[in-house]
Design a protein around this ligand. Structure first.
Ligand code: NDP
Ligand code: HSE
Length: 437
């Protein structure tokens, strides 16, 4: 079985190392030896340390490598939309099997890859694209195909989980925690894709597509990052027995006419400490799947890093290689349900809202009136002196309100109106609450 490896960076170099170290076992598991036919990179002269591979295998001509007749499987660990899309479409149309870790491409234009795979008859596997080493897509794509998945809630970005965990543990602000993440090598030099939620949104699209048999793309995902989360938000969450996580949430629902829909969103949210995802710290990932018959399922592990991600890539390589030897291909993407994606405004959420209000008669009633006007039910109210001083003194009070479930648009309209009231000095923080309180 001959592989074309596209990319030999953090993940690709570990794929090479594992292919070398486990050559005998892999050959026994597949029923044929795995050989690297070539490795496409950008810079031929780059120092690749003591990588156990013949330097003559490196090339900058990725397309030429893909087109070679002696290549059976193409492994893409370059990333980005182009030229990866063109390469993989070419490979799949030519009947080769493809293994990729490229979540950005799958979320942007998964349809082009799935269509090309169907045309060429090869396999398209992408376990490493979501939650790194965690076996998650195969369970969604195969093991749970006899069940009905209602909701997927996940921590799928290690960098932001590291930052939020550090803020929670030390009381640091976002900038300070990001600096630490960068120093320790968790955050990239340009952390935008992680901290602004783009990476998690791409993964959310892939998860939702598999869970609900519906094509969901990056553009269908409501996305908010963690840059606005403050130390005060984290402290407020702690006071409520909660922690803040960047969650990806994909859920079934129904629109006003009762038609089945899905909603897919990525945003920071407070979750109670007792929630299965609350204890997921450091740069770990975890995904909580709720299925009709199976009930709750939890997947946990390393979501990034060269070796963990290469583990998932190689698992796919073994699977597609076995298929090729057997002359079969796995069931392709299942998008038969074709459910509409609901706008974020219709998603059902709860809010935690911290207000600095004037401390005088009638203020609580006025604030409660705003919620009532937007048909948002209040679950709990906590009032204390502004800034935490002695009770009853000062002209302002801190008011913390947690709502019951309501459409996101109603909650957003409530906050907008609160911001416009004289008696509301400031809306200190607005966070969604997930997982019950
Ligand atoms: P790196 O940036 O470390 O490596 C990218 C590789 O692609 C390099 O070898 C680079 O060549 C090569 N490359 C870049 N552009 C071209 C080009 N035009 N032609 C040929 N080769 C090119 O990326 P990672 O290994 O971190 O990530 C690879 C993929 O895996 C991405 O899709 C990423 O999202 C995904 N992924 C990564 C994880 C991680 O922890 N790193 C986790 C999960 C998924 P050169 O070596 O010459 O620079
Ligand atoms: N940047 C990603 C993360 C890498 O922090 O989780 C894994 O996809």
């Amino acid at each position: 079985m001959r592989l074309a490896l596209l990319g030999c960076g953090t993940v690709g170099s570990e794929v090479v190392r594992l292919l070398h170290e486990q050559a005998a076992d892999l050959a026994a598991r597949i029923g044929a030896p795995l050989e690297i036919a070539g490795i496409a990179v950008r810079r031929l002269g780059r120092d690749r340390g003591d990588l156990p591979v013949d330097p003559a295998l490196f090339t900058t001509d990725a397309l030429g490598l893909i087109k070679r007749d002696d290549v059976d499987v193409v492994v893409e660990v370059v990333g980005g939309i182009e030229p990866a899309r063109g390469w993989l479409v070419e490979a799949l149309r030519a009947g080769k099997s493809v293994v990729t870790a490229n979540k950005a491409l799958l979320a942007e234009d998964g349809a082009a890859l799935h269509d090309a795979a169907a045309e060429g008859g090869g396999d398209l596997y992408y376990e490493a694209s979501v939650a790194g080493a965690i076996p998650l897509l195969r369970p969604l794509r195969e093991s749970l195909h006899g069940d009905r998945i209602n909701r997927v809630t996940g921590i799928v970005n290690g960098t932001t989980n590291f930052i939020l965990s550090a803020m929670d543990a030390t009381g640091a602000g976002f900038a300070e925690a990001l600096e630490e993440a960068t120093e320790l090598g968790y955050a990239e030099a340009d952390p935008t894709a992680d901290v602004e939620g783009f990476d998690a949104a791409a993964k959310a699209a892939i998860l939702a597509s598999l869970a609900f048999h519906t094509r969901v793309g990056a553009a269908d995902v409501h996305r908010e990052g963690i840059t606005e989360v403050t130390a005060a938000d984290v402290a407020s969450a702690k006071a409520m027995g909660c922690t803040i996580k960047l969650l990806c949430i994909a859920a079934r629902g129904a629109d006003a006419a009762g038609r089945e829909t899905v909603s897919v969103r990525v945003h920071p949210a407070m979750i109670p400490l007792g929630h299965p995802l609350a204890s997921v710290g450091d740069a770990f990932n975890a995904v909580f799947v709720e299925a009709e018959a199976a009930g709750p399922l939890m997947f946990y592990g390393r979501g990034a890093g060269g070796a963990p991600t290469a583990s998932a890539v190689l698992g796919d390589v073994v699977a597609v290689s076995r298929n090729r030897l057997a002359g079969v291909r796995s069931a392709s993407e299942s998008a038969y349900a074709d459910l509409p994606v609901r706008p974020m405004g219709e998603a059902l959420t709860r809010y935690h809202i911290s207000l600095d209000v004037a401390d005088r008669p009638g203020v609580l009633a006025a604030v409660a009136g705003v919620f009532a006007r937007h048909d948002v039910s209040i679950a709990t109210v906590r009032q204390g002196p502004a800034g935490g001083g002695a009770a009853g003194r000062g002209e302002d009070a801190d008011l913390v309100i947690v709502t019951h479930v309501a459409p996101d648009a109603a909650l957003a309209a409530t906050v907008r109106e609160l911001r416009g009231l004289d008696i509301v000095r400031s809306v200190a923080s607005v966070l969604r609450v997930e997982g019950g309180l």
